[in-house]
Each structure stands twice: as C-alpha cells, then as structure tokens.
Ligand binder design. Sequence first.
Ligand code: FAD
Length: 528
Amino acid sequence: MRVVIVGSGFAGSILARVARVAGHDVTLVERGSHPRFALGESSTPLAAIALERLAARYGLDDLHALAACGRWSARVPELRRGLKRGFTFYRHARGRRFDNDQSNRNRLLVAASPNDAVADAHWLREDVDAFLVQRAEAAGVRYLDRTVLDGLERRAGRFHPSGARRGAAVRLEADLIVDASGPGGFLARQLGLETALPRGALRTGLVYGHFRGVQPLRRVAGAGAAFPAGPYPDELAAVHHLLDEGWMYELTFDHGVVSTGFVIEGAETWRSIAERPPAHAFHALTRRYPSLAAQYEAASPVRPVAAMARLQRRSSRAAGEGWALLPHVLQFWSPLFSTGIAWSLLGVERLGLLLEGGAGPAAAGGDRLTAGLERYDALLRSEADHLRRLIEPAYRRRDDFAAFDAWVQVYFAAASFSEARQRLCPAPRECGGEWAWSGFLGATDPVLVRIVAEADRFLDQRPREPLLGAMRDLIAPRNLAGLADPARRRLYPADLDALVAAAGLLGLTTDEIRAGLPRLRGEPVAGD
Ligand SMILES: Cc1cc2nc3c(=O)[nH]c(=O)nc-3n(C[C@H](O)[C@H](O)[C@H](O)COP(=O)(O)OP(=O)(O)OC[C@H]3O[C@@H](n4cnc5c(N)ncnc54)[C@H](O)[C@@H]3O)c2cc1C
C-alpha cells in the first residue's frame, strides 16, 4: 500500500518506520527541515509503555532506549534529555515571595517513577525528532523535507497530494494519507473539516522560551519557606507554578537548559500581556511574582522568547476512508499533565496495527482498514472529550490549592491505574487483545468516567470537608497508588506497597502482583 505521512515530528517519523516495517511504500513529507525547535517535551509512564510496545513489536530498539531515562543516557547519550521523576506543583501569591510550611500548604509532589534509571525524560525535541527522522530514512522511508503541499485530490479511491520542493513540483499518490502535522493541520484544511471547539471552552495563550542560568525555586523562595524532603528533588520533574493569570511550566534538561512557558488563561488577560513583545511579556510576568523574578534574574534565553495566541484546537473528525489525523492534529487542549506525547504514540500504535498485514493492493485490506479507521475515529474523539474533562476542572481550581490538589488526584488515579493495568494485566477482549485500543487515561473505562464526573460535581458543591479525604473515597475504585492521603502531606512517592495492597482492584492476588512487579520497570518476568 502507498502511505503518505504529512509532518515529521516524532509521531510522523515513528509511524513512517512502523508502516515501512509492515511492508508498505512510505513517503514522509516535512515542510521544514531537521534539526528544528519543537514544543511538547515532557514524557510520562504511559508514553514509555507505548514506546516499549512499539519497540518490541517492530524491532525498534532505539524506542526501547528512549522509554527510560537510564537506558536513554546509556544508549543514545548524544540525544539531549532531562531526568523527570514526577510532577511538582507550587501555588504562588502575586507580589509575595513563595512561601510554604511543613504541611506543604503551597506545594505538591507526585512521583511517576521509583528511581532515576526507570524514570521518564524530558525530550529535547530538536535532537529526538532529527534522530527519529534519520532512523525512518534508514529503514527505507522516502523523506521529503522542505516540501510544501498545497493541493489534495481524490481520484479512483486514492489521494493525490501535490505541492513543491525546492522549486520542483511534487505529486504523490496515497492509499492512506496520515496528517501528522500537529498544529499545521494539513488534512483538516484540505478536507474542509470543521473546527469543533465547544462554546466557552478554555482559552489560553503561551509565552515561552529556553533559558540558561535559571535558579531552582528552592534557592530563592521566601526566607521561612519550608521544603520538607520529597520523593525526588523538586526540579527533576515537570514543574508547575500556579499563578493568578494561569500557570508556568519548567522542564530542566541535563545540560542546564530550562524550557519555560507561561500559560495565560482568558482572552482579556492574554490581550493585556501580549500587547508587548514576548520577551517583555515574559519579564513582566516574572516581576509579578518575586520568587519567579529571582529565579530568572540572571537567566539568559538560548533562543528568542516567543508567543502563541491560542493553544486550543479541535477538529470535528479524526479519520475517514483512506485518511487519518494523528491525535495532536485532532485536538490540543493544554500542556497541563503532559498528555500529548503518550496520546500521540497511542495514535501511532493504532495506525500501525491497522497497517499490519495490509501491504498488498489497497482493495485487499481495504475493508478491514476502513472499519479500523472508523474505530480509530470514534475512539480518538471520545478520548479528546475525556482529556478536556480531566484538564479543564484543574484550571477552574487553580486559585484554591486544596481544591486543585483534590482534583489532580483524579488525574493521577487515572494515569497510575492505566499504567499498572497495562503493565500487569493482559489486554481485555474488547481491545482485541491489544492495549493500544484501550481508551487513553481511562476514556473508555465507565468507572473512571463516572469518577471524573462525580469528582467535578463534588468540588463544585463541596458538600464535605476536608476535600482530600472525600476525594479519596471517590477515587477508591481506581486508586492503586495511595493517592489522596492526607497523611502524605502532599508528597507522593511511587508506592509499590500501596499497589500490592490494592491488587484486588486489578483482579489480581497480592502474589500475582508481586511476581509482576519487574514489568512495572519495563523488565520481563519468567513466562513473558
Ligand atoms: C505549549 C505546549 C506544551 C506541550 N507540552 C507537552 C508536554 O510537556 N508533554 C507532552 O506529552 N506533550 C506536550 N505537548 C503536546 C506535544 O507537543 C504533542 O503531543 C507532540 O508535539 C505531537 O507530536 P507530532 O509529531 O504529532 O506533531 P508535531 O510535534 O507538532 O510535529 C509536526 C511536524 O509537522 C510539520 N508540519 C506542519 N505542517 C506541515 C505541512 N503542512 N506539511 C508538512 N509538514 C508540516 C512541522 O514542521 C513538524 O515538524 C505540548 C504542546 C504544546 C503546544
């Protein structure tokens, strides 16, 4: 089959290689060239699982290396990355230095891994994406960089994208065309897909950059601010600073560069900030929070500070006959919770499965592919809705750290339950025995979907205090990680004892779960 993939971010390049391994004729089209800067850097355990599955299924050892920070540093040290042990949250008060006490009034740490070796990584996308496109070429993918496609015709059941490369006309033919162009949205435009942003949806803009010389918050916080020892050093994480205007992320790379972005909520607030050039807007924002100002006082940008007016987008469909959008084309909502890499890899896995065994003429595997694309479309759209339901309530509660803390427990329950289930249990029949077809972050798990709806209602009405204890009751059927425990004082390690104690939630005995624990670290156990 002829497969054309538009866009060579990591997702397009990995899919191109997977399709090639499955025996297809693959063309990967990129309007720019590598190496190039890209946002979307902080990976998660669900991304690691998808990478490991792709590595095992298609013999792509490099993806296995990228799935854990220890393997990455040992096997592809030339690709820059940052150690990511978890998720750190701070609540700041405008005009005052960051303050905190022993109960972590304004601080929350949730570990995503038990140690550095199996931890996640922040991906320096410039390096990772360039590496993956080279790997795709080495696998026999035809790679056309600096190619601008501006036309798409459909004739005799095939797509014919056309455009130009370095002044010469380009005409391609595709039995399947995949849009991996992220915000570029090539197919969405060519097919005239409607945008499906709900009325009143979250609206955020972004001011961002990469910096050297950033001080960790711990060194510059208020004199009396306490930082009781947590499960990992605060800054080796995706760090979230909650602010009146929105929030700021910080991702620290091992070579000392920090990726920082202010996510600003609301059209009015955005206008008032974005009326200045991005670098001025960045400094104006840090000056409102003295500890942030101190963090960035001696920092210098390694690339120009830039801005994006609106992050949210949503297309009405994800796939149809002979075409598909990768997740990051269908929807982007927010960098909060770092969901993008894992979701994109799930999309790659699913399309890879659909392309298996269909290397002959289009008609041979056509019906199966068409049915598969319908399933892909429905699943991706329901996941997009689910992601919004997980993310938007966090924005609504960021002014009140107790309510925010209570809400994020729902997200971490969804993430840790999905991770442990996929690592420790066989894929259920409704997924056709493939975990890739299970709903992202519990999107198709009725229990989790109910928990999300009830937790949101509960926090709106607040019929019970304290919130955290009540949230613990609500998330109990999906709480494998000892979450929402007031005794933890907002410091959550990766707690294997809690997991073993909750074995029954996965339908396992404590012996079964103990025997499977190596799998949590991506290691096989006897019989795998
Ligand atoms: C501010 C921000 C922060 C984020 N943070 C995180 C995070 O911390 N963790 C996380 O997991 N996710 C994050 N994401 C999401 C993450 O960026 C995406 O999930 C990820 O980039 C998707 O990868 P991709 O390969 O599908 O697309 P992209 O990375 O968007 O790559 C698309 C490629 O297509 C090319 N292209 C575009 N248009 C065309 C065209 N017409 N023709 C040919 N080529 C084209 C582009 O040049 C680019 O190379 C973030 C996103 C944003 C916006």
